[in-house]
Design a protein around this ligand. Sequence first.
Ligand code: KG4
Ligand code: ZN
Length: 339
Amino acid sequence: ADEPLVLGIETSCDETGVGIVRGHTLLADAVASSVDEHARFGGVVPEVASRAHLEAMVPTIQRALKEAGLAASDLDGIAVTAGPGLAGALLVGVSAAKAYAYALGKPLYGVNHLASHICVDQLEHGALPEPTMALLVSGGHSSLLLAPDITSDVRTLGSTIDDAAGEAFDKVARVLGLGFPGGPVVDKRAREGDPQAIRFPRGLTGSRDPLYDFSFSGLKTAVARWVEERRREGVEVPVADVAASFQEAVTDVLTRKAIRACRDNGVDHLMIGGGVAANSRLRSMAQERCADAGIELRVPRPKLCTDNGAMVAALGAEMVARNVAPSSLDLPADSSLPV
Ligand code: KG4
Ligand code: ZN
């Protein structure tokens, strides 16, 4: 086959991910997570993440090669997340990628974490149309991105001015005593609740507010206040209703703004990625609203939405296919790399 065979390494947060793709075909997706080690702290601890990456890096690379039934010498390139993310965590992946690229004599490709969250959809639904409109929602980011060229031109139309959507899920879960990470538990509890039970605020949706920016800290505070008031009065907190109503507020704003961005920019499809794209209500609401607006929705399966190495490999393969120049071996890890 003449499609590029690329191994991708992701270590920007708490997952050590190694994926292998051939063009748009996924061959291996090995992920080792340190999420359990962070749970007792209620959030990701950077030093704990770096140490866990260091321990998991080589075994995870070996597991991916085995899963794909390949030898490292078969590869056409090594791609790695160069940023944004936790500095120490990124450094582990970048150093490993350099070592493998140098030892094997293969080209090295430093990729942007956000662009790779978009590009991963090619493994699920085939070639992305360009320009691509993407809503990226994770624990670290909430952005609307317009990508005329996924390998070299990704523009931020708007992003959160305070908390990321996933962060809001995590904080609300903590208020409700549901543990960390909060997204999956809130999603689950919300299924038994009434999304209309409580009307929580929709941030930055006024007529004078920026069209594509998000704000979730007011919502988070409103939920915390509502819950504290009930507790002070000794009233039982209806956890499922709070979870459902909070989730409804988040997904309402995300889908409304994303569809508005598609319309304003004449884009007829929407890609949703990042850990929060696993949210069942976000998926169903986006499906309904996109259908009404005549927009094609592209959401990868949940395992490809959360951080993984396959997304890095997918973008690396696209770079090889488009003859993008490889990175040099002094590629820096950049914790605040812009898209
Ligand atoms: O993309 P990701 O794996 O890591 C980064 O933050 O880059 O996203 C993790 C975030 C966490 O905040 C987690 O609570 C959230 O995604 N998340 C969810 C769901 N699954 C994960 N949020 C809402 N609903 C879910 N089902
Ligand atoms: Zn991510």
